[in-house]
Structures are given as C-alpha cells and as structure tokens.
Design a protein around this ligand. Structure first.
Ligand SMILES: Nc1ncnc2c1ncn2[C@@H]1O[C@H](COP(=O)(O)OP(=O)(O)OP(=O)(O)O)[C@@H](O)[C@H]1O
Ligand SMILES: [Mg+2]
Length: 334
C-alpha cells in the first residue's frame, strides 16, 4: 500500500504544452502551463474564447485526440498520468478526476436513459451490484437536487430541461466520488437564475464532498463568487494567478485589467460594454515575446523580445508581465 501525503497537491502541472499538428501547420493551444492544486481547493480558470481552457482540462483527463502532441508533466494524486496506458487512465478518470463538459452531448449518450448511464459508470469503477448502483444513482440525483429522482432516472437526456440536464451531468461526474472535479463552463448555456442555482449547488457539493475543483468560465463575477484562486489564461498561458480578491482589486497583468473592464457590472447596465481592442492571437503563428503585446496598451519594445516570466505582484499573486511593479496603479475600472 502506497503512503499518501495529504499535504501534497492533488494535481500538479508543470510546463504543460499541447499542440495540434495538421499537415504543415501547428496550433499551439497550451504553451507552458504550471500550477499546483491543493486538496479541496477551488481554482477558476478565466479567459476569452480560444485561450486553451478546454484543451487544458481535457489534457488533465487524458482525453486529447490522436493528432495532439503534449509535453510537460501532470500528476494526479502523485500518479504521473502521461505514463498510464489507456486502461489505467480510464480507471483513474471518474474515480480520481472527473469532468463536467462544456457541451452536454459529450457526457450523455442520447440513446440511453440518465439512470442507465450513471449506473454503468458506477459499475465500471466500483465493485457493486446493479441494484446497489441503481440506489446510488438515485441518491446522486437527490444530491444534485433533481426532484422526483426515481422517475428522472428513467428519462432520456433530451427529456430534461437544460438546467436539470446540467445537474444530471454533475451527478454523473460525481458518481465515483472523485477527488478532483473539472467543470468546463457548466452554466453558460443556462439563463441567469438557473446559473446562480447551479453555481451555489456546485460550491456546496465541493465543500460537502471535500473535492478540489477547477472551474472554467468567461465571467469574472462568477470567478469571484466561486473560487479560492483565479488563474487568467491567455493564448495558452496562465498570465496571472492569485486569490480572486487580489486579482480583481489589484490586477497585475494588463490583460486581466482589460477583462475586468469588459465585465458588465450591475451599475453599468445600459452602458456600452468595453472590450479589449484587437483580437486574440492566431495560435498557429504566435508573436515572439508576450502574446498579449500586440493588444496591450502598455506594451514597450522589450515586451516583444522574450516570453515574460511570472513576477510576484504580492505573496501568492503572480503575473507574467515585465512591467509588474512599474505600474502599481492599474485599476480595473479606471
Ligand atoms: N481537436 C482539436 N484539433 C485542433 N485544434 C483544436 C482542437 N481542440 C481545440 N483546438 C484549438 O485549440 C485552441 C484552444 O481551444 P479551447 O477549446 O481550449 O478554447 P477555450 O478557451 O476552451 O474556448 P471557449 O471559451 O470558446 O470554450 C483553439 O484555437 C481551438 O481551435
Ligand atoms: Mg472551452
């Protein structure tokens, strides 16, 4: 039996890169991501569309397509996942680390009932009889507050409303009590009230089950609401990390400031939304140096020379910008 060190991070990612090779071109989706996630910690990853959030999460689950090339290292509960074969990886998936996908169709097969799919997942990973697995599936639907759970188990995915289907997806992800849950924008397709209910539910479950959670969103407000720590992703890199409070009140990276300025605040209703000028970089031809430099209002010549290292803004708060420290008055809503 292996000894477990409970202080060791549950997920440790070092210098992760992911590229999609297609003929002569190469999409550089993840470009040197490193972070440690503690047991029970909630980290939110925030960034514009195409910044590599989903690819990063899928890499943690070993779900990259064949034409992808990855580098760096990932350990989950001390296990180097790149060293695992397909069978060992699928044993880990669901049991240790599990994901709520951005597209509900990825999780549920339309031709089986919700109950059948949750039961199959339990039977695949746990030494349980079908009856016991069925009982557990019902408990799981109760856990995610789906009313009339027993009846809902007999429904096909399309028979549930969007919000209920998302809850069922959470139930499926929790079926084997994972230590780490990855939630990829689980609420974006839903209306605002349902979104809030789901966020509260996720946070409650995370606490009750003591899971670590990586939560992906476009929305700073959501990030602040749910997380211990925020990681801002741009062009496949984490350009800023820190507590939600630190990052929102005193952003160190101009991209984070731009994101904050483009978030709709309650007091801004009716006013035009400010967005960051320019468009995200082409991941097939990243500029040398800082990938944000072409859009950055504060860029100077040396920003275009080398990829910036992480610089401490405050203890536990880093930003990959060579001008950190020089610009101490960057205000989110200036
Ligand atoms: N299977 C794939 N083959 C080739 N390129 C891919 C593949 N999956 C993703 N990409 C590319 O990788 C980049 C990052 O995509 P990803 O889906 O991670 O973005 P994202 O940050 O999750 O965006 P969104 O917020 O829209 O979900 C994109 O340029 C995308 O086109
Ligand atoms: Mg995505």
């Amino acid at each position: 039996m292996m000894l477990k060190n409970n202080d060791a991070p549950i997920v440790s990612v070092k210098d992760l890169t992911v590229r999609f090779v297609n003929g002569d071109s190469e999409v550089r989706a993840v470009n040197g991501v490193s972070f440690d996630l503690s047991r029970g910690e909630v980290m939110t990853v925030i960034g514009e569309s195409g910044s590599g959030k989903s690819v990063m999460l899928k890499t943690l689950l070993g779900l990259l397509p064949r034409h992808a090339r990855s580098g760096g290292s990932i350990t989950v509960d001390g296990v180097d996942i790149q060293a695992l074969d397909q069978d060992a990886m699928s044993a880990l998936r669901g049991r240790k680390i599990s994901m709520i996908f951005q597209e509900p169709s990825t999780a549920f097969d339309p031709v089986y009932t919700i109950g059948e799919q949750i039961v199959e997942t339990i039977l695949r990973h746990e030494d349980k009889g079908r009856q016991a697995a069925m009982e557990r599936a019902r408990e799981l639907l109760d856990l995610v507050s789906i009313p009339s759970a027993a009846r809902r188990l007999k429904n096909f995915p399309h028979e549930l409303s969007g919000g209920m289907r998302q809850r069922a997806m959470i139930a499926l992800a929790l079926a084997c009590r994972p230590s780490v849950l990855l939630a990829d924008e689980p609420t974006t397709a839903l209306d605002a009230t349902v979104q809030i209910q789901l966020l509260l539910l996720l946070r409650q479950l995370q606490r009750d089950l003591g899971m670590a959670l990586i939560f992906v969103t476009h929305d700073m407000g959501v990030a602040a609401e749910i997380s211990d720590r925020v990681a801002v992703m741009y062009a496949g890199r984490l350009v800023e990390t820190g507590t939600a409070e630190e990052v929102m009140l005193a952003p160190g990276h101009p991209y984070t400031s731009g994101l904050l300025a483009s978030t709709v605040h309650a007091g801004m209703r009716g006013k035009p939304l400010r967005t960051i000028a320019g468009s995200p970089p082409d991941l097939r031809a990243l500029p040398p140096g800082c990938a944000f430099a072409p859009r950055c209002p504060r860029a100077i010549a040396s920003c275009r020379e080398g990829v910036p290292a992480q610089i401490q803004v405050a203890p536990g708060h880093d930003a990959a910008c060579i001008r950190v420290g020089e610009l101490d008055t960057m205000q989110a809503r200036g």
